[in-house]
Design a protein. Structure first.
Length: 254
């Protein structure tokens, strides 16, 4: 269940179904973090605060500012964000004032061209779509990669979502790819592999299954990663993704 807030100070929580038309959102939805809005609305995993003509959307510690920063006080924004923040250029001064000690990552966003046919996932049971019974396998992932389940409410939610593929060695889950954000037009992928199982092509195989599913749902796969992650960028290119932009991700710590 997500929460929706209104008012000049990001205050006054109301019911999850009230006033959604008043919540600013990116228009049109571009590849990448814009899909946070659709994910919150469709899955209920997340929150939205509205103040004046701006909205702050959140799912799994990933935040997106939308609308206009006009009239906003940095003090209103400061207590709400702890995690990864995407902010369009008009919000730059507001973010700088609210979080002067934040760090940033240079980020690249890819989109799978409609003319590209996703690679068919490998046959057999080693790589397959996850199901409700796979929750314990997701929960057993290394702590460094368990973040993959954050936008689905945790391991059980991710496994039962129908939006994730995994590579297994027996009962052990080695790699997971999923629709990390399910938007209206795009689904942005998240991919992880256990530290001792990398460089075996497992993430590519899992992501191929997710991309095929996304196409089957009539949406466009997108892929977001950092400039200093060449392995992720190589997988994206191998799958047929093309870079559409570079931007900045803000990291706000407690």
């Amino acid at each position: 269940m997500f929460r929706l807030a209104f008012g000049s100070g990001w205050a006054g929580f109301v019911g999850s179904g009230a006033g959604l038309d008043r919540a600013p959102r990116p228009d049109p939805e571009e590849p990448g973090a814009d899909a946070i809005v659709g994910h919150v609305l469709a899955t209920g995993h997340g929150r939205c605060w509205v103040a004046w003509s701006a909205a702050l959307w959140e799912t799994g510690g990933n935040y997106l500012l939308a609308g206009s920063p006009d009239g906003l006080d940095p003090a209103w924004l400061r207590p709400l964000v702890r995690g990864f923040l995407t902010a369009p250029p008009p919000f730059g001064a507001l973010v700088e004032a609210a979080f002067p000690e934040r760090s940033t990552w240079a980020r690249v966003v890819y989109r799978m061209d409609p003319a590209v046919r996703p690679a068919a996932p490998p046959s057999g049971s080693a790589v397959r779509r996850l199901g409700p019974l796979d929750g314990p396998a997701v929960e057993a992932l290394d702590p460094d990669v368990i973040w993959i389940a954050k936008t689905w409410g945790g391991p059980t939610g991710l496994a039962a979502s129908g939006y994730a593929w995994g590579a297994f060695d027996g009962d052990r889950l080695l790699s997971v790819a999923c629709s990390f954000f399910v938007g209206v037009r795009h689904e942005d992928l998240g991919v992880v592999t256990e530290p001792d199982a990398r460089r075996q092509g497992l993430s590519t195989a899992c992501a191929a299954g997710v991309c095929a599913d996304i196409r089957g749902r009539g949406r466009v796969p997108s892929w977001t990663t950092t400039m200093d992650n060449p392995a992720s960028r190589q997988v994206a290119v191998k799958l047929g993704f093309t870079q559409v932009r570079a931007d900045v991700l803000h990291i706000v710590s407690a």
